[in-house]
Design a protein around this ligand. Structure first.
Ligand SMILES: C[S@@+](CC[C@H](N)C(=O)[O-])C[C@H]1O[C@@H](n2cnc3c(N)ncnc32)[C@H](O)[C@@H]1O
Length: 223
């Protein structure tokens, strides 16, 4: 493994394996300025691969409005734009340093520097967005699975929730809870599955099992 990859994995591990929200946020603050470089060093392709899977289903005209949930440094908005997205994007993230970098891309109409929780709505109007994209943030000690109904609430009827999730031992229990919440929304006729596809998350071999990290890309529609 090259020195750059080693440093990249140290950064990823520092962000992913913190044990509480305060330490996780402090790690993002510390690493915000080097985040994009380290993601490149580990061959992170989670954003572009989700966009590839979801793009054909997304309403793409100037009236389209996307919410980038846990926007980080703005990589999702960037890959959408590179794919030809012409709509507008709002972003929300709890970490001000990460969000500052996103704001400087000039790709966001509005941003919200706020924590997403599982007991109150997002700071955005209901029934507003054509797409809510959650990339790399449905994992342990990041977004709580209970926030999903609030994300769905922000979507217009017919709007899409698109997201990805790592397939790792560390994320197994979390993924189970996440799918449980989504299945109950489906049972209540609030959502339907549009597409599910296995994707590569990062090309370089992870420390967890020495293999490239795989993930799921999902596209759901609000009914
Ligand atoms: C791995 S980064 C992914 C960022 C971006 N979506 C991307 O794909 O590059 C995870 C982001 O989630 C944010 N985050 C984690 N927990 C959050 C929460 N509860 N509310 C809002 N943002 C959160 C972090 O601050 C960080 O910017």
């Amino acid at each position: 493994m090259s020195e750059e990859e080693e440093m990249g994995w140290r950064c990823v591990n520092d962000l992913v394996y913190q044990s509480n929200a305060k330490d996780r946020n402090a790690a993002y603050t510390r690493l915000a300025s080097v985040y994009d470089i380290h993601m490149e060093n580990v061959g992170a392709v989670a954003n572009e691969n989700l966009v590839k899977v979801a793009f054909e289903f997304v309403k793409n005209d100037e009236s389209s409005l996307m919410l980038d949930v846990a926007a980080g440094t703005g990589k999702t908005a960037k890959y959408f734009k590179d794919s030809g997205y012409v709509g507008q994007t709002d972003g929300i993230d709890v970490n001000a340093e990460m969000l500052d970098i996103a704001i400087r891309t000039g790709l966001y109409r509005k941003t919200y520097s706020q924590e997403i929780v599982d007991h109150s709505p997002l700071p955005v109007p209901d029934n507003t967005y054509d797409v809510a994209a959650v990339v790399g943030a449905f994992l342990e000690n990041h977004l709580r699975t209970g926030c999903i109904p609030y994300i769905v609430r922000a979507l217009k009827p017919g709007g899409l929730m698109i997201f990805n999730c790592r397939i790792t031992e560390h994320n197994k229990e979390y993924l189970g809870k996440l799918m449980g919440i989504i299945d109950s929304l489906i049972d209540d006729s609030k959502m339907e599955l549009v597409k599910k596809k296995e994707i590569c998350f990062s090309r370089s071999n992870s420390k967890e099992d020495g293999k490239p990290i795989k993930g799921w890309a999902f596209v759901y529609r609000k009914l």
